[in-house]
Write a protein that binds this ligand. Structure first.
Ligand code: SAM
Length: 238
């Protein structure tokens, strides 16, 4: 009687962990999010009961019914996999689901996944830390702490900011950082659909972030390293 909270990674099937793959292959019930790729969903055994509980951005919060579904199936005898994009504990509400199950005595095991917060910059050839350019990285969600004017100061102090769920709020993010004193020439990269065939990277400066033509799901990288492109050899370094 264990619910497995499993990270599915950013999209590519070969970025699943071996542990995630083994659990998926023996899953009897799968409850999955919207951003889990079709390629990964194809690994679920045809005999499994599958629930798509993906939240539509801006749509109603269905977390309570997801929790109820997990409690219902977690109380039965079958192998239940709760499959989440990226890592379950990085803006995935995995902690809330774990707490609900634990409070009812239902065993829950968490399987880490490759988070888009790190995999998307990497796919674009951006190291989120880099000696001499970025001494650390801060991951934020645009649904909350991006409004902190301190973020601009963190970039100025040499940290990389990675924003998830930020496409719709990109103009406000840029404005707030500029008001916080950030240099308008600070590099920015937006990485869409990392690790999938539709992956695309668009680069600009924080001054132009608001007018960039980009679409969700995407990760916004802000800081000196966003100008790097460490793919294809030394000539690729901008
Ligand atoms: C609800 S959060 C879930 C994050 C997830 N738990 C993780 O660790 O990657 C969804 C956000 O993750 C980012 N995201 C997820 N998959 C992505 C991908 N393949 N490429 C770029 N961004 C992605 C986007 O910012 C998206 O709005």
């Amino acid at each position: 009687m264990t619910v497995y909270l499993v990270g599915a990674g950013p999209g590519a099937v070969d970025l699943l962990t071996v542990r995630a793959l083994r659990l998926l292959e023996r899953a009897e019930v799968v409850v999955h999010d919207r951003l889990v790729s079709a390629e990964i969903l194809a690994l679920i055994p045809p005999s499994a009961e599958v629930y798509d509980v993906g939240k539509v951005p801006g749509g109603p919060d269905n977390q309570t019914s997801i929790n109820e579904l997990l409690v219902h199936h977690g109380s039965g005898g079958r192998t239940v996999v709760r499959l989440k994009g990226g890592d379950p504990f990085v803006f995935g509400r995995g902690g809330e689901e774990f707490a609900v199950l634990a409070s009812l005595g239902i065993a829950c095991e968490v399987v880490p996944g490759v988070t888009s917060a790190l995999a998307a910059p990497l796919a674009a050839g951006i190291p989120v830390t880099h000696r001499g350019l970025a001494c650390g990285v801060v991951i934020v969600s645009a649904r909350g702490c991006d409004r902190d004017p301190e973020l601009g100061r963190l970039v100025a102090a040499g940290l990389t900011i990675v924003v998830l769920m930020g496409v719709a709020r990109r103009a406000a993010i840029a404005r707030e950082m500029l008001e916080g004193g950030l240099d308008p020439a600070t590099p920015v990269a937006v990485v869409e659909r990392a690790s999938t065939p539709e992956e695309r990277t668009v680069r600009a400066t924080i001054r132009d972030l608001g007018s960039m033509r980009v679409a969700s799901p995407a990760v916004i990288v802000i800081g000196a390293v966003a100008a790097l492109s460490l793919v294809g050899g030394p000539a690729a370094i901008l």
